[in-house]
Design a protein around this ligand. Structure first.
Ligand code: FES
Length: 118
């Protein structure tokens, strides 16, 4: 697995999202939405695709964070559907989901796990 450096932890916003671009091994660019959710006083990092498949726009990084039944979610700013930050599943539309990505901190750097794109 390859880890790709995206930004510094300070570039993230507490309890909000930021958009990030990363280039995969094929040179294709992907927009991600990075979230730093403060739980029990500590930041927990999540990443989804930035593309809202229902609103058809790159907007999830501007969504509102919250939780539904203790599942952390982002609500799309367009039509307000909730996407799980853990599974990417849309809570209102079972046939709909967004990709989720593994993040890690290397010191102060935020890195995303490279996906295998075909
Ligand atoms: S991907 Fe749009 S409704 Fe399922």
């Amino acid at each position: 697995m390859r880890w790709v450096t995206l930004c510094r932890q300070n570039d993230l916003l507490e309890n909000a999202g930021v958009a990030a671009m990363y280039e995969d091994i094929h040179g294709d660019k992907h927009q991600l939405a990075l979230f730093s959710l403060i739980q029990a006083g500590k930041p927990h990092l999540f990443a989804t695709g930035n593309w809202d498949p229902i609103g058809k726009a790159n907007v999830l990084s501007r969504g509102i964070l919250g939780s539904v039944d203790e599942e952390p979610v982002v609500a799309s700013p367009l039509y307000k559907q909730h996407f799980s930050l853990i599974s990417g599943q849309c809570l209102e539309q079972p046939d709909c989901s967004v990709p989720v990505y593994a993040l890690r901190l290397q010191g102060d750097w935020v890195q995303v796990a490279e996906q295998d794109y075909i």
